[in-house]
Design a protein around this ligand. Structure first.
Ligand code: G3P
Ligand code: MG
Length: 243
């Protein structure tokens, strides 16, 4: 059965990457949550997609130039649905405390451009190991250096390369970097590629799939999971097809 992963929480219905969105994903019985992590000025791991806070909060500036204390004063719900929700930017460790009480899987996406400084990866692994959550975590990144580094430090945690355009014979690449899955853009994910990748024992989890016709195609192809902003709708649709 194809799992449903809630993209940035349930980002289509609640402010992305906030506890409100994550709790909504649990409420609608998504199988997993996808979220983005990056480092603050004072070296804390926070959950935020962009390198700046401007698009999603009432603040301005780069996350790397703001302290945790400054980030915590911002409203991460400010730019969503006329600000009808109010939410903080969550720290990864705050999220994990709650996540530990659920049965969800979590796909943590590293937002880092560096090819040699992996403080973000090391700190994330330390939190996960402290809480013994290794089996319920999947690491992904568009920066494949980050997930190769993560595998070297924590081979017990699954990794998956993200990519948006064509990757030729992705199962060969996935095996070469010891990844257990690929996370392609759903537009770069034809049926033959899905089947061939899975035949080689590599899972396929396309992102970010928000249209019914694409859900149907991917359910028929039996992808391992799909990452969507609308987990409730996708799950209802999947359950209807099963009947
Ligand atoms: O991990 C899937 C998806 O989140 C990748 O793109 O930009 O939404 O982080 P983005
Ligand atoms: Mg992401």
């Amino acid at each position: 059965m194809t799992h449903i992963f809630a993209h940035r929480g349930s980002a289509g219905t609640h402010p992305e990457n906030t506890m409100l969105a994550f709790k909504e994903a649990a409420r609608v019985k998504a199988d997993g949550i996808e979220l983005d992590v990056r480092l603050t000025k004072d070296g804390e791991v926070v959950i935020l997609h962009d390198d700046k806070v401007d698009r999603t909060t009432d603040g301005t500036g780069f996350v790397k130039d703001l302290t945790t204390k400054e980030l915590k004063t911002l409203n991460a719900g400010a730019k969503f649905k006329d600000g009808k929700f109010r939410a903080e930017i969550p720290l990864l460790k705050e999220f994990l405390e709650w996540f530990k009480t659920t049965e969800l899987v979590c796909n943590i996406e590293f937002k880092t451009r560096s090819l040699k400084n992996f403080e973000l990866v090391r700190k994330t692994i330390a939190f996960i190991r402290d809480m013994k959550l290794e089996e319920r975590i999947i690491f992904s990144s568009f920066n494949h250096f980050a997930i190769v580094y993560a595998y070297r430090v924590a081979p017990e945690i699954e990794t998956a390369p993200l990519y948006s355009e064509g990757l030729f014979n992705p199962w060969i690449y996935a095996k070469a970097i010891r990844a257990k899955a690929i996370h392609p853009n759903f537009r770069s994910c034809p049926k033959e590629l899905i089947l061939k990748t899975q035949e080689h024992g590599i899972k396929v989890r396309p992102y970010t799939v928000n249209e019914k016709n694409e859900w149907l195609r991917l359910f028929k192809c039996k992808v391992d999971a799909l990452i969507t902003d609308f987990p409730e709708k996708a799950r209802t649709f999947r359950d209807e097809l099963k009947r």
